[in-house]
Design a protein around this ligand. Sequence first.
Ligand code: NAD
Length: 236
Amino acid sequence: MNIVVLTGAGISAESGIPVFRGADGLWEGHRFEDVATPEGFEANPALVHRFYNERRRFLLDDVEPNAAHRALAKLEERLNGKLVVVTQNIDNLHERAGSKSVLHMHGELLKSRCTSCGDVVRCWEDTGTGSRCDVCGETGTLRPHVVWFGEMPFHLHEIGLAIRDADLFVAIGTSGRVYPAAGFVTMAREGGARTLELNLETADTSGVFDESRRGPAGRLVPAWVSEVLGGDRNPH
Ligand code: NAD
């Protein structure tokens, strides 16, 4: 069986990373236009660097993968078939839990990109408007390697191929508000896959899924993984 799992901010919520839009409509106290758009970066690059520096430090110092991340890594290891995790998250919690096949469609907090030479490098330190690109030597050209609103997500071709080959498509902890990810469930259905949603609350795309289960990812995902592995006749 081939499975594609789409994850969103909800899978990392129990690790302590807040989801995108809190009750106040803000992302960690900021308007998303200010910290998650190319226009916001152009208007105030120092603020945007500071915002991602804070997120990066928190991720490295205070956050661990939870039971849902670990269950997906176990599924990948034991599944008689292929599992691809497509994540909208910019954290590295899937990898830290042991997942190998992860596509970060919205980029990664632990990478930065030079807007002059285009090089993408590992980034575990703070960056700022005076940071220098180690590859081309230019100063002030680094930006977070994350996809902002209005920019093209990464790996779309590969994701399309994985969804085309999927027997089962599962969305975990995503609100279904951000496209193109919100449209993947329809692509999966058109390709003949069964579709399952695991989410705390009803999401914008919930009605499109064959089945929806409500609850925290830390409980729902391990239970679902046990079901799949229990029914898999040829576990490794
Ligand atoms: P979202 O914040 O719009 O929606 C989160 C969804 O998760 C909601 O439907 C909510 O009901 C559900 N949820 C909350 N807690 C949950 C739990 N414990 N278990 C299961 N479900 C839970 O997130 P999104 O759909 O991923 O879109 C937001 C964008 O924000 C993404 O593009 C992402 O790049 C970015 N983002 C990433 C992170 C991260 O890397 N961890 C965190 C916040 C935002």
